[in-house]
Design a protein around this ligand. Sequence first.
Ligand code: SF4
Length: 566
Amino acid sequence: MKTQLPMTKTEIESLGWKELDVILVTGDAYVDHPSFGVALIARVLEDIGLKVGIISQPDWKTPHDITRLGRPKLFFGVTAGNVDSMVANYTASRRKRKTDAYTPGGLFGKRPDRATIVYSNLIKRYFKDVPIIIGGIEASLRRLAHYDWWSNSVRRSILLDSKADLLVYGMAEKTIVQVANILINGGTIEDCFKLRGVVYWTREPPNDALILPSLEKVKADKLEYAKAFKTFYLENDPIRGKKLAQLHGTQWVIQNPPQFPLNQKELDHIYDLNYTREVHPECLKKGRVKAIETVKFSITSHRGCYGGCAFCAITIHQGNLVVWRSKKSIIKEAKRIANLKDFKGVISDVGGPTANMYGYECIKKMKQGTCKERMCIFPDVCPSLKVDHSKYIELLDELKKLPEVKKVFVASGIRHDLVLADKDYKDLFITKISKDHVSGQLKLAPEHSDSKVLKLMRKPSIKKFIEFQKKFQEINKKLRKKQYIIVYLIAAHPGSGKKEALKLREFVKNELKYRPQQVQIFTPTPSTISTTMYYTGLDPFTNEKVFVEKSEKNRRWQKEILFHLK
Ligand code: SF4
């Protein structure tokens, strides 16, 4: 029978274990589902025979929670959870949130601000000699000097503030297994400094590292910050990326090249592990965890994104190279989902960061890495990327045929420019999606309508959106379906001033002709291109000046005018 990994001493004893090899500490409730980073890491470590325990949302003001499972033999792994703790704790207007979808009962206040730093320092106080390894989105995107919007300052690498021994960045399953194997075989944390996908600090930079402008320089000079970011972004490539070194005072923070992405067999294996897809009973007794409800019956079909949207950190975290699972492995997962007692026949999503990137990649990129001189789908789709929706269509068809499955939805975002670029399958894809995989509404993210802002966002021209919308309406008319496109928009992105905001309002009023439901005020989250623009007022790739709206009142206004269309 499948069980979650232990969270209490009693569970550890009932498993007949005397001690744990690894303890993972997370800022989220413990949900044993592959959409949760801590569950993936826990299961891959269990898969190599390790005894893993979980401490979820420990009280950081007392030693009680952090010490309750004892001392692990190998290491503590620390993550803030599925989102950066500052994003989890504050709104786009820097106000404290009222609820937390990743906490039992939705209670706010169960994770500290800068959770990775807080948990790691807490562990250091009580287990001085146990290695601490930090990872997850918060650590990954704050791995070198970075602008932090919440304190309006450039902060040093989170590795130094956390006092951890090692930082693993990106999707870290392969790296954490390599680290564990080194430690099992009697190696030290220093022996892990040779691995890909890690950040560590030294007194001298390695000879083969590219030297970035120092913390002190990027703090003092915005042009230096933009320069450092550009190198960091362009070198974030597993095939051709170089080792980076950045001086922080007297310490050199070293980022090794990214880990190689998992191949299909490895990816299939990770998703085939023993997830119960349930909230751990210890968490559940405190209340429902909302975050599981939307993803419980969803399937991850691929990883990575070559969209390169400027405001999104997925390219930095998951990488630009898309890797997809085999149809067989996905069908197997669907059958396991169908056996869950509360499954009602609906698979809520089959996708990844962008749904319609499943099943095709650029051959050149797979061999030589990403191009430095152009982007894969901006300003238009690169001729080397042979867009082909056939495998994704086939996959959705097969899932639909399963006897226990009544409906398969696609809830992950769709890139409409990719659909339009697929000459052979464009009409078939829109027809299939409209007929079987959306329920009245298709969500698309043009994000803005002004060409200058879209260029800064690295998003396709609004003409593409209008072309897609027309096609979608035509096909739905033929199908006799009343379905709509729901748009996602961003207000106050760098480049968007009063004129551009009014232009967006005109687009909403005259082209969309309805009040948009999904409008966000741009939040400068760590390590994105847009955040670099927000902080420096420069496009880091051209060094051209960019207008940035910083007044909270004006930022809010850019959003509000989209709801008052008369
Ligand atoms: S050739 Fe085109 S699709 Fe391939 S990596 Fe370069 S920009 Fe991307």
